[in-house]
Design a protein around this ligand. Sequence first.
Ligand SMILES: C[S@@+](CC[C@H](N)C(=O)[O-])C[C@H]1O[C@@H](n2cnc3c(N)ncnc32)[C@H](O)[C@@H]1O
Length: 229
Amino acid sequence: MTYFKDWFNENYPDRADALDLLLQYKDAIYEFPANLVGTKDPDEFDILHLIDCLEPCNWLPQVEWRGRWLDLGSGPGLPGLPLAAVQPELSMTLLDSRAKPLHFLQEFLSSYKDLDITLVNGRAEDCGHNKAHRGKYDGVLARAVELLPVLVEITLPLLKVGGILVAYKGKKIEEAENALIKLRGEIVDSVNYKLPKLEHERSLVVIRKTGPTPKKYPRSVGTPRKFPL
Ligand SMILES: C[S@@+](CC[C@H](N)C(=O)[O-])C[C@H]1O[C@@H](n2cnc3c(N)ncnc32)[C@H](O)[C@@H]1O
């Protein structure tokens, strides 16, 4: 806990409001009557989840953290909620197909009405053909969701042309080559780093949408995973 506070204050001086919010968020996760995250150790949660979710701000200096963003497969709000907490110019949509983590978020966010966060219960494949979401986002985040070729197919339709996907993965990015051609995207950055203290290896990849998405993508629910491009 002290480690996280020190790390946070070093990276975000004068953001006591965001630190307080993140600590309340962690307490709420552990008080919720269902297991929302893998780790049972709250100190590990600080590094494996809170710090990990915020790392792109340190490793991707070219990313502009503002505008309309969507966190695909957000579960209990990771990484979209911690990022929205520290980046006040983000308008964040948290999307997940499961109702339980969204119930948790609804309850938690009812005490934080100032945060610009919208919750959507649904599938990315459906949102990709819905006028309210298709081509509407400046950025999409995805952490611990699907392989990269699948992610490219289900996230790029949601982006504006020129918008970026920040994926918390970077291994085997060459597997996404075909999906990038079909969906019109290009890799603009990829970094490897280690989480502080635990030294776990992590990777990030940034993909920019370079042209409009062909109408047929994304394919219907489940198809991108069953038959990756
Ligand atoms: C392993 S969890 C990761 C949760 C969170 N991003 C994190 O880092 O802890 C994957 C989540 O993605 C959601 N998901 C997977 N595919 C999805 C899709 N096509 N549309 C919407 N949600 C999806 C699942 O419901 C699940 O909650």
